[in-house]
Design a protein around this ligand. Structure first.
Ligand code: RP5
Length: 161
C-alpha cells in the first residue's frame, strides 16, 4: 500500500503523543510513515522531507511539536502538501506555547491546527483520513463505520462508576 500520510515530530519525546495519530490511521487502514524531523536540530532533514513530499506521493503531513513548535509551519512553507499541526503538551506552559507557535501562521502558509496533546493527535489522524476519503470510497466507508460505532458507544444515561 502506497504511503500517503507522513507523521513527523520534532523529537522522540513527541512519539507517545503522536502515536495516537498513528493508532487512528492503523485503525482506519491508512498506510503511513513516522519520522523524527526537528526544525531546530535537523533543519536539513526538514528541508529534504518537504522538498520531496509531493514526488514521494504524500497527500497529507501530520506534524507534531512542542514548545517553540516551528516544525508544522516550516513544513507548510516548504511543501503544498496539506499540513495538520499537533501541539504537543509541554511541562513549562502546558502546550499553550506549542498551540500558539503552530496556530499563528502568516497569510499564505496554512497549518490546520488541532487541539493540544493526544486528542489533537487522534483528531489529526481522523482529519487525514477524511481528506484521503474524498477520493477513496473504501476508506470513506471505513471512516463512516468508525464514526457510527463511536456514536453507538455513547450511552443515553450516565451510571455511577
Ligand atoms: C521540540 O522540543 C520537540 O517537538 C519536543 O516537543 C520538544 C522537546 O524535545 P526534547 O528536548 O524532549 O527532545 O522540538
Amino acid at each position: 500500500m502506497a504511503v500517503k500520510v507522513g507523521i513527523i515530530m520534532g523529537s522522540q519525546s513527541d512519539w507517545p503523543t503522536m502515536k495516537d495519530a498513528a493508532n487512528m490511521l492503523d485503525a482506519l487502514g491508512v498506510a503511513f510513515e513516522a519520522r523524527i524531523v526537528s526544525a531546530h536540530r535537523t533543519p536539513d532533514r526538514l528541508w529534504d522531507y518537504g522538498r520531496t513530499a509531493v514526488d514521494r506521493g504524500l497527500q497529507v503531513i501530520i506534524a507534531g511539536a512542542g514548545g517553540a513548535a516551528h516544525l508544522p509551519g516550516m513544513m507548510a512553507s516548504k511543501t503544498r502538501v496539506p499540513v495538520i499541526g499537533v501541539p504537543v503538551q509541554t511541562r513549562a506552559l502546558s502546550g499553550v506555547d506549542s498551540l500558539y507557535s503552530i496556530l499563528q501562521m502568516p497569510r499564505g502558509y496554512p497549518v490546520a491546527t488541532m487541539a493540544i496533546g493526544a486528542p489533537g493527535a487522534a483528531n489529526a489522524g481522523l482529519m487525514a483520513a477524511g481528506i484521503l476519503a474524498l477520493s477513496d470510497p473504501e476508506l470513506a466507508a471505513r471512516l463512516d463505520a468508525w464514526r457510527a460505532a463511536l456514536t453507538a458507544s455513547i450511552p443515553e444515561e450516565p451510571v455511577d462508576e
